[in-house]
Design a protein around this ligand. Sequence first.
Ligand SMILES: Cc1cc2nc3c(=O)[nH]c(=O)nc-3n(C[C@H](O)[C@H](O)[C@H](O)COP(=O)(O)OP(=O)(O)OC[C@H]3O[C@@H](n4cnc5c(N)ncnc54)[C@H](O)[C@@H]3O)c2cc1C
Length: 578
Amino acid sequence: MTDTTQLRVPDLGDFEDVEIIEILAAIGDIIAVDDPLITIETDKASMDIPAEIAGKIVALDVEVGGKVSSGSIIAEVELAEISEQCEQSEQKKPAATKSKETPINQPIGDATHSAKLLVIGSGPGGYTAAFRAADLGVDVIMVEKWPVIGGVCLNVGCIPSKAYLHAAKVIDDAEAMADHGVTFDKPKINSKKLRDWKNGIIRKLTGGLQTMAKQRKVKVVNGLAKFESANRVVLDTGETIDFEYCIIAAGSKPTMLPGLPDDPRIVDSTGALELTSIPKKMLVVGGGIIGLEMACVYAALGARVSVVELADNLMPGTDPDLLRPFMKIIKKRYESIMVSTKVTGINATKSGIEVSFEGNNAPQTALYDRVLIAIGRKANGNLLDADKAGVSVDEFGIINVDKQMRTNIKHIFAIGDLAGGPMLAHKASHEAKVAAEVIAGEKSYFDARAIPSVAYTDPEIAWVGLTELEAKAKNIDYEKAQFPWAASGRALAIDRPEGFTKLLFDKKTSRILGGAIVGQNAGDLISEIGFAIEMGSDASDISLTIHPHPTLSETIAFSSEAYEGTLTDLYIPKKKSS
Ligand SMILES: Cc1cc2nc3c(=O)[nH]c(=O)nc-3n(C[C@H](O)[C@H](O)[C@H](O)COP(=O)(O)OP(=O)(O)OC[C@H]3O[C@@H](n4cnc5c(N)ncnc54)[C@H](O)[C@@H]3O)c2cc1C
């Protein structure tokens, strides 16, 4: 006998008439409990509606573009002989992996879960690896200790900081237009609303990841994983996961100064992104990219910001010329910038956080309402009991890998922040694809020629490939060509002429070796230089590519023309005859 029942939309809270953006099931499908039926999207997030009952779909009452509310009927399901039908449908499914001996979500021995591939961490490294492997037919479990997936980047890193930086840019741009006849009232900042907007962006992105995980049948397990052996992890929930392959993508965490008082006015980058309030006076300890981006945000929102850096320049390791236009602007905006200065003490007092300094241009002590510690990040490699799997971790928490992202244990891979190199999301996701592809049996290698770096400060600073500091240190014979944005029509038209574009070429072959841009949208513009490096382009490839006018991208072609001596938009005495 067959019984039918209706599958309905569960309680959607305050949401009504929510749009259906995808139908994930069809008439005739055998579905299990929790299989996604439809994807709906509100202005806040997209989410899958899963089946609450297993069965065979005999009618579908929804269509893409249609609207649903709590209780709307999605489908009609036949309940009889389910177990038999599930078995049949499972048999009809293509093998999930190329490997014959691989179990598909079948516990090996007594483990709670098992999979061919276990990915530890769900940041840009982890989710990219999990999704790429699943797309290649590998059976994947992704374990994440936080209740949401997306890692540092989506939740407390790249994305929230860029949302606030956008707000900062709108404020600064509006103020700057006063010089050109357009004035606005002083902005009123509602930090709760700003925070809600930022949280909405995060929800949208992490919700999208959840949906994609389900669509790809990547099983997400919540818990903190530690190795028990070279083929098993145990979670803090007591569950165990067995695996054939593992990708460690457990990321990094902020480094804090030792002996800090426990006081909510002392925060790390995660605390600063919570934007609980806007302090009157704020100190940023650490003049690296993360600290300077947050300084940019808080200064625009009205805080009197000071920055202290131990090295003799901000963004240590960056070509000094790139910093000049940036320094010129922030010197006007910030209360003080103290380089070659050491923080020698931080005390919490009733009237503020008292910080003592050692440095030529620093006060002995000063009081602040908020202190952001942004002195770097430490890889999480040594928090995983990796030794129980035989995986070597260095003193900095870094797990060394080869070009295929393999650790010293052949079937265990490591990617992202804990695998060494620059701690950047786009590096993590590239490494992720390599590791996933190798596990799926492809011949993949991490062989990128260059990884771009971007400070999304105002102005933005971006560089890729060889820097001048590196070239000098390695005695590389290079020639520099530069185009000042003061001569760019577009830069003038947006009132941001302070920047410049510079390219470094191999003197013998004219091949591009590296490049850097300071100015608005430098972070977007740098990709063209990265592409040219990957393609092994020479100066004429860049100069002869027609760039649209008037754009900031033209400054890349103009720099190349300056190298070749063909530039007409600026008079530079010719260096090379054509
Ligand atoms: C404020 C800020 C701004 C940034 N801005 C940028 C930017 O603009 N561009 C850029 O490229 N990079 C930026 N970064 C760096 C970027 O966020 C990281 O490089 C990137 O997130 C690294 O990705 P990942 O996958 O290696 O690790 P993560 O994103 O750190 O993810 C690791 C995940 O693993 C989980 N995890 C850790 N240990 C375990 C365990 N034992 N068991 C289960 N789960 C575990 C963690 O909870 C986390 O979710 C920024 C970082 C910060 C803090």
